[in-house]
Ligand binder design. Sequence first.
Ligand SMILES: Cc1ncc(COP(=O)(O)O)c(C=O)c1O
Length: 408
Amino acid sequence: MDLDTIRAMDAADPLRDFRDRFELPDGVVYLDGNSLGALPKVTAARMADVVNREWGQDLIRSWNSNHWIEAPRRLGGKIARLIGAKDHEVVAADSTSINVFKALSAAVQLRPGRSIILSETGNFPTDAYMMQGLAHLSGGRIEQKLLPADQIPAALNDQVSVLLLTQTHYKTGRLHDMAALTRAAHAAGALVIWDLSHSAGALPVDLNGCQADFAIGCGYKYLNGGPGAPAFLFCAERHHGDVFPALSGWFGHAAPFAFDDSYEPGAGIDRFQCGTPGILGMAALECGLDLMLEAEMAAIRLKSQALGDLFIALCEDRLTGFALASPRDAAQRGSQVSIRHDEGYAIMQALIARGVIGDFRAPDILRFGFTPLYTRYEDVWLAIEALAEIMKTGEWREARFATRAAVT
Ligand SMILES: Cc1ncc(COP(=O)(O)O)c(C=O)c1O
C-alpha cells in the first residue's frame, strides 16, 4: 500500500471533518487516545465560561441557575446513548475505581449467600485491587478469585455472586463476547459488571441488549473528557430499588437537602452518586460527549477497524522482530493494536521523541490506540515509517530512552 492510496482513504473518510474540532499539536501523531483522549477545541472556551461566569460571577447560585446539580444525571444520559442503556440507568460520577467498588458491593448485596467474586487474571489492576479491598473488608465472607479468561465459563457456579470483566482488554485490545458471558453468568445465577473503559466511545455497546447488570468506565479515554475526568456507572433499572449503596454519601440520599440524620437511598440511579460532583471536570467531559454524539457509532467502528487493519498490514510489511499482541480479526479487537518487543520501552520512548505518541505497558507491550474522530490513515503510515526508521538506525539504543519515567 502506498501513501497516495492512504491519502485517498483519508479524503473519502466520512468522519474526516471531526479532526479539525480537536486541538492536535503540529508534528505530532497521536495514537494514545485510548489512554488520554485529545482536547476538543470547544473545551477551553467552555472551561473559561464555567470558571469565569458560572463560578466567578454566579457563585453558589449556579447549582440551580446553571444546572450544576443535574450534571451527573445529564451526562449519564448522554453516556447512556453510547452504551445501549436508558438515560436514567447511567450516572457520571467519581473515578472508575470508585465505581468498581460501588458496583461490586451492590452486586454482592444482590446475591446474598454467595461467597465468590470472580474476574480474569491480567485484568486492569484497579479492578482486581478493588475486589481485594472488598474481600478484605468482608472479613472472610467474600473471596476473590482470578482465573484466565478461558477458564471463566467453567468457574461460574452457585457460589459466584458477581463476574467482573473488562470488555476490551487494556493491553491487547481483545474483546470479550459480552452477550455470551453475561448469559453464562446469569445461567449460574451470578451478576455481571462490565468495565467499559476501553469500549465506551470506541465501539457500539449494547448493555441492555445483553441484559448486563452493571457497567463502569472512564471519561478521559475515548470520551475525551480530560485528565481525571468523571467516570460513569450503569445499573440496570431492574436492580435500582434493591441496592443499599455501600458508599452512602449525601448526594445519593433521597433528599440531600433535608439533612436527615439517617440515610435513605435516592430514587433509581441517583443512589449511586456519593459526594459533591466536580463541576469543572463535568463541564469538560460534557464537551467531549457532545462532540462524540454528533458522530455515527457505526462509522466510528468501521474506521477504527480499518485503522487497526492498516496498522497490522504495514507493520508486517515493514517491520521484523515484533509480535502481534492483539487479535488479527478486527471483529475480536477494540480500537487499538498492540505489538510486543523485548525492548518495547526504549523503542516507544524513541518513537515519542520523533513525535509519534503511543504508550508502553510492562513487560513488553507497545500500544497504539486509534480514535476515529481524529486519527487519520496517514497517521498510521507515519507511525510505521517512524518505527521502521528507529529500528533501522538503532536510535532506540540511546541511553536517554532507557530511563523509566513514572508514567509509561
Ligand atoms: C480497564 C480499566 N479500568 C479502570 C481504569 C482506571 O481507573 P481510574 O480512572 O479509577 O484510574 C483503567 C485505566 O486505564 C482501565 O484501563
